[in-house]
Design a protein around this ligand. Sequence first.
Ligand code: ATP
Length: 251
Amino acid sequence: MSTDLTLSGVTLRHGARTIIDDLHLIIPSGEILVVTGPSGCGKSTLLRAIAGLRPIDAGSIAADGDPVVGTSRDRAMVFQDDALHPWRTVRRNIDLALTLRGVARKDRRAEAHRWIAEIGLDGFADHLPRELSGGMRQRVQLARGLAGAPRAVLMDEPFGALDAQTRTSMQQLLIRTLDAHPATVVFVTHDIDEAVLLGDRVVVLGNAGEPARAIVPVPHPRTPAADNSAARGAVAAALTAPAGTHSKAIA
Ligand SMILES: Nc1ncnc2c1ncn2[C@@H]1O[C@H](COP(=O)(O)OP(=O)(O)OP(=O)(O)O)[C@@H](O)[C@H]1O
């Protein structure tokens, strides 16, 4: 089951500086919403607010109608940086998410192994994160994020540090995994191709403190062979638009 997220007039500040100003956005249950924009525009700040990791300075964020006032296991974060516990094996990192979800001890081992198979890491259950490649660690992060059966997953450039080939296989893995374990996803990326491949819609934020520039629907999301070139062009145009340019309708 996934959750819908409603952002109403969300304003986020760092000190006296407004980063996100009066953002309105409805993210329906099960949607993959990609957030992109210029460096420093506030993508991570916004994601952390949706996760409940930082306060909202004005406006509100609701998940299925309930105000977000702190973190919840219904909303998982997956970061670019390696956020695995370095002293725990692959299995025990995933086990942690299962424990938090309340999976009984007797069932956890088998379920962790199912996840390990799903992310293609059979044989690596007892490895420590430092014994894995960056791409493998990112797969474990993905499994750990989703194993807790969150209703929303907030992903902050999860594939940003990976080489192009590993990134492509991670995108495919994410698509397959979300098919099997549906969730609402807010996905931050700098990469236009990734945005248009994964997103049902792509929000292009303006510079910090400026309104969002565009919200672009993708006609054929998660279909690499389909022609999404018009959406790609619209995202690229919004990204390169002069500062201060913005769309009027953000919904
Ligand atoms: N803890 C903090 N204290 C003060 N300012 C901050 C803090 N964290 C971020 N900022 C500022 O807020 C703005 C938005 O930062 P944020 O990391 O959300 O942007 P971003 O769009 O995710 O950036 P990037 O694309 O470079 O990752 C930046 O100008 C940044 O310098």
